[in-house]
Design a protein around this ligand. Structure first.
Ligand code: FAD
Length: 478
């Protein structure tokens, strides 16, 4: 294990204990590298730490947690640091960040059981590659997959583009290994589809954002690799037309539908600015776009007919204005780049106020219409970027400042904007965090949108696991 530490705090007892656990080469002077752990991916959150610990085994994680517990020092687990809610940055500067980045071993693949067991620090892209090596699919797919780690994916209950077909991290996980806040280790790496022996402990750690323990390994579900993939990119007039198209797509390709991504005109405009060399598939601008993908086990090309029939019926019905089908893997990648480049597009378009919300799929058009109208009334000229996973009801609704308004002026109205958007979400029976987590960003919102009974139950759980409030304190619940 390596520890990177700020020089003025190296003399304390905890430093000596960590050094003993971690070995002589485990300390490094503060340097530029230290900073990358303390600042979030997008620079929105910064939290200095006393040390960065990088364990290489579950035993080392356990020993570090035990030492921190005895010293009364809080711990912040960290994966790839791509989280968007400030969950991986400390609030207390005396904290220890525990990075899992050196725990990236492949522990087992059981192709007959369709499972893979990996350590928490393995990146999502590596897990996908190991699955592909045995001709299987691990379907979680995020634009950050080259950097985010399985431990972070589990802790945020990550979603991404394939949820409508395969589910989110909760649905993809069969077992976990976790170091608890008292330093003990729970080995629950079971590869079972059926297990009714009481509470499902692993589900408590999924989506807990490191507040209940440190995930050190996981057993995940694998699937058949599709032999046939068809990707279409279409222009539509409105979210309602997109919703009708989703319904029609299901009747044409059924469960083969694997992605259905919605994007507003402004998102297309700015991704073309952010990614020079990218081009729109259409000569003209359109109000909304949808990326549709179907994947199946049939002969390559066998899904093309049903997708072509879908598009021609949708054109006849006036649901689709224009559309293209990818003819090659290179074209498919170019279409996906328009969707996956949205993080860059948002940066290019101006400093927006991000919302990661979900509503029932049928309510997405209503949500967008009401939020657009309410924001336009409150802040004339506001530019509400919106894109996301229409297929599972998750929209990234990110209003940008009106032209001529600086981002700092706009930021002053952040609470008001959040209130408008989140109240509509709540009214439609939705969630204020669909896949990015609560972290620091939405912690105070939890108080407004969770019932007293639910908040109380969450606090009781936290207290039972972590009575001294040392495991990622200040995140998720106050
Ligand atoms: P981190 O950022 O390091 O940590 C996130 C949280 O998990 C923190 O609270 C941390 O304390 C905790 N944590 C990390 N590792 C552990 C562990 N081993 N044990 C216990 N707690 C731990 N997210 C989606 O869901 N869908 C998307 O489509 C998506 N697209 C994205 C696109 C871009 C360009 C970017 C930058 C981010 C995107 N994200 C998306 C957000 C982010 O990638 C996910 O939240 C991801 O799951 C975080 O993983 P990480 O390893 O980076 O976690």
């Amino acid at each position: 294990m390596h520890i990177i530490a700020t020089g003025d705090m190296l003399t304390n007892d905890l430093g000596d204990r960590l050094r003993a656990i971690l070995g002589p080469q485990g300390l490094a002077e503060p340097n530029a590298e230290f900073e990358r752990y303390c600042v979030s991916f997008d620079g929105a959150f910064r939290g200095p730490a006393q040390y960065i610990a990088r364990p290489s085994s579950t035993a080392q994680v356990s020993a570090v947690v035990t030492a921190c517990r005895k010293a009364g020092i809080s711990m912040v687990p960290q994966g790839g640091n791509t989280g968007l809610a400030g969950g991986a940055q400390p609030i207390d500067p005396r904290s220890i960040i525990i990075s899992l980045e050196r725990m990236r071993a492949l522990r087992a693949v059981d192709a007959q059981n369709d499972t893979i067991t990996v350590e928490a620090g393995m990146t999502l892209a590596e897990v996908q590659r190991h699955a592909a090596d045995v001709n299987r699919l691990f379907p979680l797919s995020l634009a950050s997959e080259g950097s985010c780690q399985i431990g972070g994916n589990l802790s945020t209950n990550a979603g991404g583009t394939q949820v409508l077909r395969y589910g989110n991290m909760r649905a993809l996980t069969l077992g976990l290994e976790v170091v608890l806040p008292d330093g003990s280790m729970w080995s629950g790496l079971r590869g079972l589809r059926k297990d009714s022996t009481g509470y499902d402990l692993k589900q408590l750690f999924i989506g807990a954002e490191g507040t209940l323990g440190i995930i050190t390994a996981a057993t995940l579900r694998l699937f058949s690799r599709p032999r046939d993939i068809v990707t279409a990119f279409v222009a539509v007039a409105s979210p309602m037309a997109a919703l009708d198209l989703l319904h029609l797509a299901r009747s044409h390709v059924g469960e083969s539908l694997s992605a259905f991504e919605l994007m507003r005109r402004e998102c297309m405009k700015w991704v073309l600015v952010a990614l020079p060399g990218q081009t729109s598939p259409f000569a003209e601008e359109h109000p909304w776009y949808v990326l549709i993908e179907a994947a199946g086990q049939g002969e390559p090309g066998s899904l093309r007919d049903p997708i072509e029939q879908l598009l021609s019926e949708a054109l006849e019905k006036g649901l689709v204005i224009d559309g293209v089908l990818a003819d090659s893997e290179a074209q498919r990648r170019r279409l996906w780049a328009l969707r996956e480049g949205q993080a860059e597009a948002q940066k290019a378009g101006g400093a927006g106020i991000k919302h990661d919300v979900s509503v029932p799929v049928s309510q997405v058009p209503e949500f967008i219409a009401r939020a657009d109208a309410a924001l336009a009334a409150a802040i004339p000229g506001i530019r509400p970027f919106a894109f996301g996973h229409l297929g599972d009801g998750n929209i990234h609704y990110n209003p940008m400042p009106p032209l001529g308004i600086s981002s700092s002026q706009f930021n002053e109205r952040r609470s008001e904007i959040n209130r408008i958007v989140h109240d509509i979400v709540a009214d439609l029976g939705g969630s204020i965090s669909a896949e990015h987590g609560v972290g620091q960003l939405r912690r105070s919102e939890m108080l407004r949108y969770k019932s007293p009974a639910e908040l109380n139950a969450l606090r009781l759980l936290k207290q039972a696991f972590d009575p001294h409030n040392l495991m990622n304190p200040g995140k998720v619940i106050a």
